[in-house]
Structure formats: structure tokens, C-alpha cells
Design a protein around this ligand. Structure first.
Ligand code: FAD
Length: 405
């Protein structure tokens, strides 16, 4: 008979919600801890900005969400659905191909309502410590704080779903950055700024960029900036900047996690490890796991598969061997090294399809629908053809009608 465990899920963002659903479906008893007063995590837009704009002051008030007001999803809604629950299942949600952030939040609220997840969430309850009851054992203490109350509870397992877009990584030498947010912001600012200059270490994203903009320039990495705002690039060219905007990403951060160094965050906050397939720390598995560490690609569907895998491992349907996990972790770092992949890209799984297929195979369940995979590539092609600024409005997918979502 499948085992039922008492599981703590940290965070009620997208990954925490789908994890709670999968654990519950598998017969586990779930408590979701959420430090804010509502679900949705990153998708809860907050117009306020932090007082310390570079987020260097440890005593600053932290504004959780990193959304900007104009944000539209960078994937169509079909790729931001779950395998059996799409935007079309949710009531009162707009059917735009690339919805705004408000629609994603509504979708997540409907999802939680329809699967009875709200009842599992303890809102305004921040997890402040997660530690094994004893090393080598398989129970975990979760200490949480709500208002002035603090409490300690013991769980059979803890799944960490706390997101990783809150603690900014600020470059020593300012670099502006060309991830999707950097590009969105650049294009938006170009409508009002006299000049916008985008500086990148490397082309992290394969979209053609600043075509057709007369006031946008692409530059190499910044070499130095002097106090007057004179910015000099590595190729020797320079410009004067009134404002420097860091779009340099965020750090993984688990301030509550105590593992005696078994799990650590390295490479300036970019790598969490050792993790088997980005989910299980071999020496603490299966009682400790992470959902949502890899980035880029079709993350909602990836969260769902990771969550199903964890749920089945915990119920004893899928077995993990510590030895095999450790060997795989080593193998993975060797492969990255041999391929010349910088360590900072350890969790960048683009496009994640093979990874998702692999997880599905562990459970003997179907992986992501072939039509959705095709849709993902069609976005890429479209962005290549029409440019980053326009792909959301000009994308057409001939096979849309064939998809079940
Ligand atoms: P989050 O949404 O950050 O949720 C984590 C939750 O954990 C939060 O509610 C937080 O309050 C809670 N929490 C944290 N610490 C604690 C604690 N100690 N105790 C209790 N609760 C805690 N993905 C896409 O698929 N499409 C997009 O268009 C897209 N756009 C994006 C735009 C931006 C600007 C960014 C930054 C990311 C974007 N992403 C996009 C990726 C995004 O990360 C995922 O879509 C997803 O929402 C992340 O969900 P999460 O649950 O991992 O994290």
C-alpha cells in the first residue's frame, strides 16, 4: 500500500500550489506555509518599489514581487497551464494568447479554488527554520512565525517552493543584462527615453533584439563607470548615462534552511547543490526536496512534473538510490564542464523538454503533449522572424485547434 506522509510545502506561488495538489492527490497530508496574505507569489503585482533601489540594505522593507506593471507573459497561456487545467478551465479569465500578469494571478486563484488548495494554506505564516530532527533520520522540524506567534512542528517531509526572484544579484561593475525582463524594460523605456543602451556579458537569449529602434543601442560588457555617469564598455566606447538599471537576475536563497552544509548555494547565489535532477539532495532525500529550481522554458508544466515525481517518491511508488543520485550529480557537473558550460548555468535548462520527458518516464506517465512542444518552438521561430518587440502580437500557431488545452 502507498505510504501517506505529512508534508510541509514552503510557498504558495505557482510551484507550491501545484505541489500541494499533487501531494494531496497522492494521499499525503499537506500544510502549505505562505508568508504573505495571498497566494500567487511572483504573480501578485505590487506597484511599490524598495527604498534602497539596489537592495543592499539588509534592513530595508522587502517588496516581494519583481513584476513590472506592463508585464505580459512571455509564453502563450497554453504553455502556462497545467496538464489537466488550462486558462480555459478557469472562470473569468481572459483568453488572450499572452495574458497580462493579472490574468495569471486569476488563473492561479481559480486553480487553487477548484482543487481545494486554499484550505491547506496557512497565510501570513513565514517559515523561519527548517532542520532535520536528527541527521540521518527522516523527520524535519519546521519553525514558523505568524504575527507575534512562533511555532515548531515536525513533518515527515519538506518541499521547498519559495521562488527565486526576490534577492537581486547586483553586478560589481554594472551590467544591464538581456534576459526577457531586461529586453521588455528596454523596449518600454525606449518609448520615453532619449537613448537606451543595453549592455550584456553574452547573448543569453537568442532573440534578435533592438531592430527598428532609433534610440536603442547594444553594447558589450561594461568595463567601468565613473561617478559622473560616464560608462565605458570593454570595446573602449563610452556613453553618458543618467540612470543605470540592473537587470542582472536574482539569487537562490533559503535563509531558513539548516542542513549542516549538506545543501549549499554557491557561485554568487546561482547554484544550489548537490541536487539530483535539480530536485533531491541525495543525502537528505526523499524527505527534503525542491520544486522550481531550473529556469527558462515551460516552467509551469515542469513544476507539475517535479511535484508528481516527489509525491510518488514519498509514497514509495518510485525508488531513489543515494548512490545513484550522487553518481548522477557528479556526472552532470562533469558533462557541464566538458561542454564548457559555465557553472552559473547549472540550472538553466533550455528548453527543458528532455528533462521533463525524463521525469515523466520515471513515473511511467505521458510527458508534455507533443503539440505543446511544437507550440514552444513556434514561439522561438516567430520571435526570430518578427523580433522580440512584436512576437506576442504577431505569433500565429496553425495547429492550435489540435491541442487539447
Ligand atoms: P514564487 O511565485 O516566487 O512563489 C514563492 C512563494 O513562496 C511566494 O508566495 C512567497 O511569499 C513564498 N515564500 C517565500 N519564502 C517563504 C517563507 N520563508 N515562508 C513562507 N512562504 C515563503 N514564467 C512563465 O512561465 N511565463 C512568464 O511569462 C514568466 N514571466 C516572468 C517574469 C518575471 C519578471 C519573473 C521574475 C519570472 C517570470 N516567470 C515566468 C518565471 C516565474 O518564476 C514562474 O512563472 C513562477 O511563477 C515561479 O513560481 P514559484 O512558485 O517558483 O515562485
Amino acid at each position: 500500500m502507498a505510504e501517506s506522509r505529512r508534508v510541509a510545502v514552503i510557498g504558495a506561488g505557482t510551484s507550491g500550489l501545484v505541489t500541494a495538489r499533487e501531494l494531496q492527490r497522492e494521499g499525503h497530508r499537506v500544510v502549505v506555509f505562505e508568508k504573505s496574505n495571498q497566494l500567487g507569489g511572483l504573480w501578485v503585482y505590487n506597484p511599490r518599489v524598495e527604498t534602497d533601489l539596489l537592495s543592499l540594505d539588509p534592513n530595508r522593507e522587502i517588496i516581494y514581487s519583481s513584476l513590472y506593471k506592463s508585464l505580459r507573459t512571455n509564453l502563450p497561456r497554453q504553455l502556462m497551464s497545467f496538464s489537466d487545467y488550462s486558462f480555459d478551465c478557469a472562470e473569468n479569465v481572459n483568453r488572450l494568447n499572452f495574458p497580462g500578469h493579472e490574468e495569471v494571478l486569476k488563473f492561479l486563484n481559480e486553480f487553487a479554488k477548484d482543487f481545494g488548495i486554499n484550505e491547506l494554506i496557512r497565510f501570513n505564516t513565514e517559515v523561519v527554520r527548517v532542520a532535520p530532527v536528527e541527521f540521518g533520520g527522516n523527520r524535519w522540524v519546521v519553525e514558523s512565525k505568524s504575527e507575534e506567534l512562533s511555532s515548531e512542528e515536525v513533518f515527515d517531509s519538506v518541499v521547498i517552493c519559495n521562488g527565486h526572484y526576490t534577492v537581486p544579484r547586483v553586478a560589481n561593475i554594472p551590467v544591464i543584462g538581456d534576459g526577457p525582463s531586461g529586453l521588455d524594460i528596454c523596449l518600454e523605456i525606449a518609448t520615453v527615453a532619449k537613448q537606451v543602451h543595453l549592455s550584456t556579458r553574452s547573448s543569453e537569449i537568442e532573440f534578435p533584439k533592438l531592430d527598428n529602434y532609433e534610440n536603442l543601442w547594444n553594447h558589450s560588457k561594461i568595463d567601468y563607470v565613473d561617478e559622473s555617469g560616464e560608462v565605458t564598455f570593454l570595446d573602449g566606447s563610452s556613453i553618458h548615462a543618467d540612470i543605470i538599471l540592473h537587470c542582472t537576475g536574482y539569487k537562490y536563497d533559503f535563509p531558513f534552511l539548516e542542513t549542516n552544509g549538506i545543501v549549499s548555494v554557491d557561485d554568487k547565489g546561482r547554484v544550489v547543490g548537490p541536487l539530483y535532477k535539480h530536485v533531491f539532495p541525495p543525502k537528505l532525500s526523499p524527505c527534503l526536496s525542491f520544486v522550481g529550481i531550473p529556469y527558462q522554458g515551460v516552467v509551469f508544466l515542469m513544476f507539475e512534473l517535479q511535484a508528481k515525481w516527489i509525491a510518488q517518491v514519498l509514497s514509495g511508488k518510485v525508488f531513489l538510490s543515494e548512490e545513484e543520485m550522487l553518481a548522477d550529480v557528479e556526472d552532470h557537473s562533469r558533462q557541464l564542464e566538458e561542454a564548457g558550460t559555465p557553472k552559473r548555468h547549472t540550472h538553466r535548462l533550455h528548453p527543458q523538454m528532455e528533462y521533463m520527458d525524463w521525469i515523466a518516464a520515471q513515473m511511467g506517465i505521458p510527458s508534455v503533449d507533443a503539440g505543446l512542444k511544437e507550440m514552444y518552438w513556434s514561439i522561438y521561430r516567430c520571435a526570430g522572424e518578427v523580433g522580440y518587440a512584436n512576437y506576442r502580437d504577431l505569433w500565429v500557431f496553425d495547429n492550435l485547434a489540435k491541442l487539447s488545452l
